[in-house]
Design a protein around this ligand. Structure first.
Ligand SMILES: *[C@@H]1O[C@H](CO)[C@@H](O)[C@H](O)[C@H]1NC(C)=O
Ligand SMILES: *[C@@H]1O[C@H](CO)[C@@H](O)[C@H](O)[C@H]1NC(C)=O
Ligand SMILES: *[C@@H]1O[C@H](CO)[C@@H](O)[C@H](O)[C@H]1NC(C)=O
Ligand SMILES: *[C@@H]1O[C@H](CO)[C@@H](O)[C@H](O)[C@H]1NC(C)=O
Ligand SMILES: *[C@@H]1O[C@H](CO)[C@@H](O)[C@H](O)[C@H]1NC(C)=O
Ligand SMILES: *[C@@H]1O[C@H](CO)[C@@H](O)[C@H](O)[C@H]1NC(C)=O
Length: 485
C-alpha cells in the first residue's frame, strides 16, 4: 500500500516544471550522445529448439485454436520494434542478429518509407511498416516530441494490423523494443510463459544507473531494454492510447508516456532481471560476467559501450555472442562457480561469454557482484552492488573470453575461452604461491540436451594438472547442500 502511494507521489512530482526540466536535460543529453555515437563508425530440461518448433507445428495445423492451456511459444509473441530511417543504416545489423526469418512475428516501425538504398528489403530483416501520419491530428501542434508520440502510437497500430489480419486471436504478448535492442527469444518465451496472458501485465525493467531512474521514473519499463504487455491488457489499452496522448501531449519520451498511461489504467511494472537497458558507459564485461541468476532476455545500447569482446567490432561482438546463444540460450551469461582447491583458485564462468580465475577461494556472494569495469550514466551510481577493480593479485582475476562454441549432437556443448590479455601482476603469495599465468585456455563442457532450469544455478568441477596450459571445467547439477565458498 505504502509503495503504491509512493509511486503515485512520484508520478505527480514529474508534472512539476523543475523535474520536467531536469528530464528534458537528460533526454537532450541522451539524444545528443546517441547521435554523436551513432555516427562514430566501427563498424527439467527441454530441448531448446522445441520452443520454436511448437510454433512451426502450429502453423502447419492452424485449427489448433485452444491456446489457453498450451505452453507459450514464439508464435504467441508480436514484436513492435521502434526505429527510424536515420538509425536504420547503423542498427539493421543489430536487429538481423536476433530476428529469425519466418519464425519471429512483428514489424519494424519506421517514420518514413525506406529510401532506395534499403530496397529491396531483405527477408532477414523484420518486415517494416511506416507509422500513420499524425500531422492531421488536432493535437499535433501541442505535441512536445512528435517522434516519441509516433513510437508510443505504434502499439495501437500494431494491434490494428493483427486485428485486420485476424491473427490477433493467437497473440499472447506484445513486446516493445528499440532498433538497437538484442532479444533472446527462447528465454523471453520461457519467462513470459510464467505469466498469465489473460491477466494484465506490463513486464520489463528499469535502468542500471540511479540517475535515469531518478530523473525519469523508478516505475518505468525502459523502452530499450524492451517490455512485454499481455494480450488482455493490450486489448483494453488499444482504445485508450489516443486519449492518453491527448491527456499528456507535453511528454518527451515514449516509454515515459507508456508507463503513465498504464498507471492510469491500474497496471504497474513487473520487473524481470533478464531485461537490460544498459545505461552504462565503457566496458560492460564486469556486468556480463556476473549476470543475475535469471535467463538473459535483452541487451541494449551497443553504440554507447565498448565492443563486448576484445579485438572485435560491435557488430562482430554481437554475432559472436549469438553463436553461443544458438547453441544454448538457457545458459547464456549464467554464472557458474567452482574451485580448484589444490591451487586455492576460484573459477567464475559466464557461459558463452567469459571465464575468470582468481588466485583465492572467494564465496559466491562475492563473485556474483559485478566487477565495476564500467561507469554509470549520471553521477548517482548503480542500482546494484559492484566490486571495485583493484591491483591486489589475490583479488584481480585472470580474464578469458569466449573463443569457440562446438556442439556434439545431444551429448554436450564445448565452449573454449582464451586469455584476453596478460594479467601483468605477481602471484598471490598469501595462498600458497599458485600462479595461474600459465593457463591460456579454459575449456567448458556443458550438457547438450535440454535447457538449464531458469533461476537455479549449476555447479562445476575443475580438472587441471599443474604445468598445463589448459584447464577443463565440467558443468553439472549442484549436489544437495553443496557449498560455494
Ligand atoms: C481447451 O482445453 C481445455 C482443457 O484441455 C478443454 O477443457 C476445452 O474443451 C478445450 N477447448 C476447445 C475449444 O478445444
Ligand atoms: C521463409 O518463407 C519463404 C516463403 O515461404 C521462403 O521462400 C523462405 O525460404 C523462408 N526462409 C527461411 C529462412 O526459412
Ligand atoms: C479489433 O476488431 C474488433 C472486431 O473484430 C473490434 O471490436 C476492435 O475494436 C478492434 N480493435 C482494434 C484495436 O482495432
Ligand atoms: C578448444 O581448444 C582445444 C585446444 O586448443 C582444441 O583442440 C579444441 O578443438 C577447441 N574446442 C573447441 C570446441 O573449440
Ligand atoms: C591455501 O591458502 C591458505 C591461506 O589462505 C594456506 O593456508 C593453504 O596452505 C593454501 N593451500 C594450498 C594447497 O596452497
Ligand atoms: C610465496 O612466495 C613468497 C615470496 O616469494 C614467500 O615469502 C612465501 O613464503 C611463499 N609462500 C609459500 C607458501 O611458499
Amino acid at each position: 500500500m505504502s509503495i503504491n502511494l509512493g509511486s503515485a507521489q512520484q508520478n505527480i512530482r514529474h508534472f512539476s516544471p523543475g523535474i520536467l526540466w531536469k528530464s528534458l536535460v537528460i533526454f537532450t543529453l541522451i539524444l545528443v550522445f546517441s547521435h554523436s555515437l551513432i555516427f562514430y563508425n566501427y563498424s527439467p530440461y527441454k530441448r531448446s529448439a522445441d520452443i520454436l518448433m511448437s510454433f512451426v507445428e502450429h502453423k502447419i495445423s492452424p485449427t489448433a485454436d485452444n491456446f489457453s492451456n498450451s505452453p507459450t511459444n514464439i508464435g504467441h509473441i508480436v514484436f513492435v520494434i521502434l526505429g527510424s530511417i536515420n538509425s536504420l543504416r547503423y542498427r539493421k545489423p543489430y536487429i538481423e542478429a536476433w530476428w529469425r526469418e519466418n519464425i519471429t512475428r512483428g514489424n519494424l516501425w519506421l517514420d518514413e518509407f525506406p529510401t532506395k538504398k534499403f530496397l529491396p528489403w531483405p527477408s532477414s530483416s523484420p518486415p517494416f511498416r511506416v507509422n500513420q501520419d499524425l500531422r492531421k491530428w488536432e493535437i499535433y501542434p501541442k505535441l512536445a516530441k512528435p517522434g516519441q508520440i509516433r513510437m508510443f502510437h505504434s502499439i495501437l497500430e500494431a494491434i490494428q494490423i493483427e486485428n485486420a489480419t485476424n491473427s490477433n486471436k493467437d497473440v499472447r504478448w506484445y513486446v516493445m523494443g528499440d532498433d538497437d535492442t538484442l532479444f533472446f527469444q527462447e528465454n523471453l518465451v520461457e519467462v513470459l510463459g510464467k505469466y498469465d496472458h489473460t491477466k494484465y501485465y506490463y513486464i520489463g525493467t528499469n535502468s542500471e544507473s540511479v540517475s535515469p531512474n531518478h530523473g525519469i521514473s523508478f516505475d518505468m519499463g525502459f523502452g530499450g531494454a524492451g517490455y512485454a504487455l499481455s494480450y488482455a491488457f493490450v486489448e483494453v489499452l488499444a482504445s485508450k492510447i489516443e486519449g492518453c496522448i491527448e491527456r499528456y501531449p507535453h511528454f518527451h519520451f515514449s516509454s515515459f508516456l507508456s508507463h503513465i498511461c498504464f498507471a492510469d489504467l491500474g497496471v504497474d511494472l513487473t520487473i524481470e532481471k533478464g531485461f537490460h537497458q544498459i545505461d552504462l558507459q565503457g566496458d560492460i564485461s564486469g556486468l556480463l560476467s556476473s549476470h543475475p541468476n535469471s535467463p538473459l532476455i535483452s541487451l541494449h545500447h551497443f553504440d554507447y559501450v565498448y565492443p563486448i569482446f576484445p579485438f572485435k567490432s560491435r557488430s562482430e561482438s554481437i554475432n559472436h555472442l549469438m553463436t553461443a546463444a544458438k547453441s544454448d540460450e538457457s545458459r547464456l551469461l549464467q554464472q557458474t562457480i567452482c574451485y580448484h582447491r589444490q591451487s586455492n583458485w576460484s573459477f567464475s564462468l559466464s557461459w558463452g561469454y567469459s571465464a575468470h580465475i582468481y588466485e583465492s577461494i572467494f564465496p559466491r556472494s562475492f563473485l556474483r557482484k559485478p566487477l565495476q569495469t564500467f561507469r554509470p550514466w549520471g553521477r548517482a551510481g548503480f542500482m546494484f552492488n559492484t566490486r571495485q577493480l583493484n591491483k591486489n593479485p589475490c583479488e584481480a582475476p585472470h580474464v578469458f573470453f569466449l573463443e569457440t562454441v562446438e556442439r556434439f549432437k545431444e551429448e554436450q556443448v564445448v565452449t573454449n575461452y582464451t586469455r584476453g590479455r596478460p594479467r601483468n601482476m605477481p602471484v598471490c603469495s598469501e595462498n600458497g604461491n599458485h600462479s595461474a599465468d600459465l593457463i591460456s585456455k579454459i575449456r567448458v563442457f556443458s550438457p547438450g540436451k535440454g535447457r538449464k532450469e531458469a533461476g537455479r544455478i549449476e555447479c562445476c568441477d575443475v580438472e587441471y594438472e599443474e604445468g598445463r596450459e589448459m584447464a577443463d571445467v565440467k558443468l553439472r547439477a549442484c549436489m544437495k547442500g553443496e557449498k560455494l565458498a
